[in-house]
Design a protein around this ligand. Sequence first.
Ligand code: AMP
Length: 194
Amino acid sequence: MADITSLCVYCGSSRRGAQSHHDAARQLGETLAANGIRLVYGGGSVGLMGIVADTVLNNGGEVVGVIPKFLEDLEVGHTDCTELHVTGNMHDRKLKMATLSDAFAILPGGLGTLDETFEILTWKQLELHDKPVVLVNVEGFWDPLTALVDAQIDANYVRAKHRSLYEVAADVADVLPTIRAMPPARFSLESKWL
Ligand code: AMP
């Protein structure tokens, strides 16, 4: 059973998505605060990212933001994070977010969210870490992604065993139970990489 103290959330930097996605971001923030689990995220005040972070903070939880300098300079950084790490570039940001986190949850988002998701999955495929990764399938948002991976498995570009690199949670309420049902991480990025 994976018992976590921090969760990295990848999600959209836009608020133009469905109300149900905003609600999911809020519900995940409430869940983290209620369970004393630290949020690790991209450090922004915009989009679903800002909603998750604001909700955790407003409910007395801890938020660790990791933002590259150029995005902080564009004034989209969240100023109220419990802890804010400013990195030199996007690559350092993603590595820092990954090392600070016990597990990963992916809410709806855009290309940046996909980049982060596939990076953490490919690092897991390469056995650089074995932390739980959960797609939060709000109203089936990630069905096209899992269908693509299934097609890649059928075409022999992905091994069938690698379908278990991630789990799919039907909704936000299912995120912590799904993570807790997964085996705990046996090794970390730090020991393999840093
Ligand atoms: P998006 O899903 O595109 O709204 O972006 C969500 C998060 O991904 C934000 O924190 C962005 O800063 C980040 N992001 C956007 N593009 C990239 C990229 N090419 N590589 C890594 N992260 C990105």
